[in-house]
Write a protein that binds this ligand. Structure first.
Ligand code: NAI
Ligand code: MG
Length: 328
């Protein structure tokens, strides 16, 4: 029995969450869900976007499924990442059949350090303009690299690539690159590689199949994650995981999509794939593959899919179809 906190949030967050929980009922595991509030709607009622009660529920759970927040997203999701010390941001770049991808047969993962680097917020104005500090510690580099190798091992991947710019950022990325190779000593079976971030941005377009697991610092990971999303197209398809030592939070990359919310047409795939990442996190790899394969069948057939995928099915009709594939 897994203790899972569930935050549907705002707009289509609620719709894709309902669809995903419907599908999870057909998974051969028991989940004990605790629902919690956060987001714009809750703020309109109470004046706060993320109540302490929700934080407590998430902290007491093994994993959290998060739908989406609206305008309060920064107050909700960014605060949770900080307070829960979710130092890993994980974004798969996977091309699925029946979807518009720049490149077919893509399957790699970006592991982004989520707590330091250039995003630490140490900026100051000077007479000439402004200066930002970039912080790279051995401790944070070690835990993110370790995570990347462990994830690679767990998901049966064979190569880990460190992405950096150590030729220019000699000190900070020197620490990152040095730590990567040190951590790698514990994983002699893993193939290693390191690349400059600018070249990596190009290889995403020209030779993306060379990547398996990428590990990188905060800003580079942010940019490459969105470039990766562009390769496999469609916000409705991109999941993410935020992981710390105590729990993981799994959410689609998209927001509350106010323009389509309430119409029942949101694509539930990104939320379902976030649940796949949750199952992997819980070491339930068999069930993760089963859920992913059921969704892949539905995408491949292309018959019962939402309008963004060229179909005319509703969110819940697509969910029912995925569940049907799981139950056969
Ligand atoms: P958005 O991701 O909500 O929507 C961008 C575009 O993609 C829209 O055209 C939308 O209709 C489409 N789209 C997104 N998800 C889809 C799905 N599952 N199926 C079909 N189409 C989908 O981003 P936007 O419009 O910039 O922001 C809307 C609100 O969401 C804002 O209030 C923003 O602050 C919030 N937001 C929250 C996030 C979070 O909770 N993590 C992340 C991004 C935005
Ligand atoms: Mg971003």
């Amino acid at each position: 029995m897994y203790n899972i906190s569930v935050i549907p949030g705002d707009g289509i967050g609620k719709e894709v969450m309902e669809a995903t929980l419907h599908v999870l009922e057909a998974i051969d595991l028991e989940f004990d869900y605790t629902f919690a509030d956060a987001g714009d709607e809750y703020m309109e009622k109470t004046g706060v976007a993320l109540p302490q009660e929700t934080m407590d529920i998430v902290k007491a759970s093994e994993a959290c499924l998060f739908g989406a927040a609206g305008e309060s997203a920064a107050d909700v999701i960014v605060r949770m990442r900080q307070e829960l010390e979710l130092y890993v941001n994980l974004r798969p770049v996977k091309s699925y059949p029946g979807t518009k991808c720049l490149s077919d047969n893509l399957d790699f993962v970006i592991v982004r350090e989520n707590t330091e680097g250039l995003y630490i917020g140490l900026e100051e104005e000077t007479d000439e303009g402004a200066i930002a500090k970039r912080v790279v510690t051995r401790k944070a580099s070690e835990r993110i690299c370790k995570f990347a190798f462990e994830y690679a091992k767990k998901t049966k991947r064979s190569k880990v690539t460190a992405v950096h710019k150590a030729n220019v950022l000699k000190k900070t990325d020197g620490v990152f690159k040095g730590t990567f190779y040190k951590v790698a000593e514990d994983y002699p079976e893993m193939e290693l590689d390191d690349r400059y971030v600018d070249a990596t941005a190009m290889f995403f377009i020209t030779k993306p199949e060379m990547f398996d697991v990428i590990v990188t610092t905060n800003l580079f990971g942010d940019i490459l994650s969105d470039e990766g999303a562009g390769l496999v197209g469609g916000l409705g398809l991109i999941p993410s995981a935020n992981i710390g030592d105590k729990q993981g939070l799994f959410e689609p990359v998209h927001g509350s999509a106010p323009r389509i919310s309430g119409k029942g047409v949101a694509n539930p795939a990104a939320m379902m794939l976030s649940a796949v990442l949750m199952l992997e996190y819980l070491d339930e790899n068999e069930e993760a593959r089963r859920l992913e394969n059921a969704l892949v069948k539905v995408l491949q057939e292309g018959k019962v899919v939402t309008p963004d995928l060229g179909g005319s099915a509703s969110t819940m009709e697509m969910a029912a179809e995925v569940r049907k594939k799981l139950e056969v």
